[in-house]
Design a protein around this ligand. Structure first.
Ligand code: ZN
Length: 251
């Protein structure tokens, strides 16, 4: 429906969380945000399948955000050969990382055989940088750099249709990119790795609360969790949760 986004949580846990799968989130059953959870087996529980996916936005190359990509791609290629190539968007280096992941997961047998038959990764790999925007799976998408880990680039994304917009932080610290992203959206799917104290490469509850004070109209859904503590005004993600998002003006 115009003006609504359906957000489903496949993985709400931080990298070493005991309360949820690693990061993966689904918009309208066709756009996947990170691929750290076993998406292939989780999608049917939400009425979806890997064959329906149109695009995946990857925030960065830590395992809890990308580890399931090879399985998803091979499953789609073998079980849904009629599906058109996925658009796979992430920071610079995505193609190289994906090749390493795929060859590690499936060796020079399956992965390389499909690659040689169908071209590089039978997916449209696009390496985006800060500020790049364009149409993806019917959404207006913009990549925004955030600061997470010093050794690698991390992108957040703004995803919009007329009437409603959603931001996804990936992993981030309290940085200018986070504020830029948060100010540009109605809803923010925001990492919150700790509630008990500051984290060197992540957000914690006090910083999320500060973000909410800074932008009172912003509606937050907290993910990348190690525990679930109530934070007034924010929704805590949990695996299997689905929510319908509407623009702030529509209540
Ligand atoms: Zn992470």
């Amino acid at each position: 429906m115009k003006g609504e986004l359906k957000l489903s949580i496949l993985g709400s846990g931080a990298a070493f969380s005991e309360i949820g799968h690693n990061s993966a989130h689904l918009v309208d059953r066709k756009l996947l945000l990170d691929c750290g959870a076993p998406v292939t087996s989780l999608l049917p529980g939400l009425g979806g399948s890997v064959g329906e996916l149109e695009a995946i936005l990857i925030t960065h190359f830590h395992g809890d955000h990308v580890i399931h990509l090879p399985t998803l791609l091979v499953a789609r290629r073998l079980q849904h050969p009629e599906a058109s190539p996925l658009r796979l968007i992430g920071p610079p280096g995505l193609l190289r990382h994906l090749k390493v992941l795929g060859e590690t997961a499936f060796g020079t047998g399956l992965w390389s055989r499909i690659e040689s038959q169908d071209g590089p990764l039978w997916a449209r790999v696009e390496e985006w940088e800060d500020g790049r925007s364009g149409e993806v799976a019917g959404y207006e998408v913009e990549a925004i750099s955030v600061i997470h880990s010093p050794e690698l680039e991390c992108l957040g994304y703004r995803i919009a249709i007329p009437g409603v917009s959603l931001g996804y932080t990936g992993d981030t610290t309290y940085c200018p990119g986070l504020l830029r992203l948060a100010r540009s959206v109605d809803h923010l799917l925001c990492e919150c790795t700790s509630f008990s104290g500051p984290q060197p490469t992540h957000l914690w509850g006090e910083e999320v609360a500060a973000l909410m004070r800074e932008i009172p109209s912003l509606r937050l859904i907290l993910t990348h969790l190690n525990e679930r503590r109530p934070l007034p005004g924010a929704l805590l993600a949990s695996d299997g949760l689905s929510v319908t998002l509407r623009g702030c003006a529509e209540g």
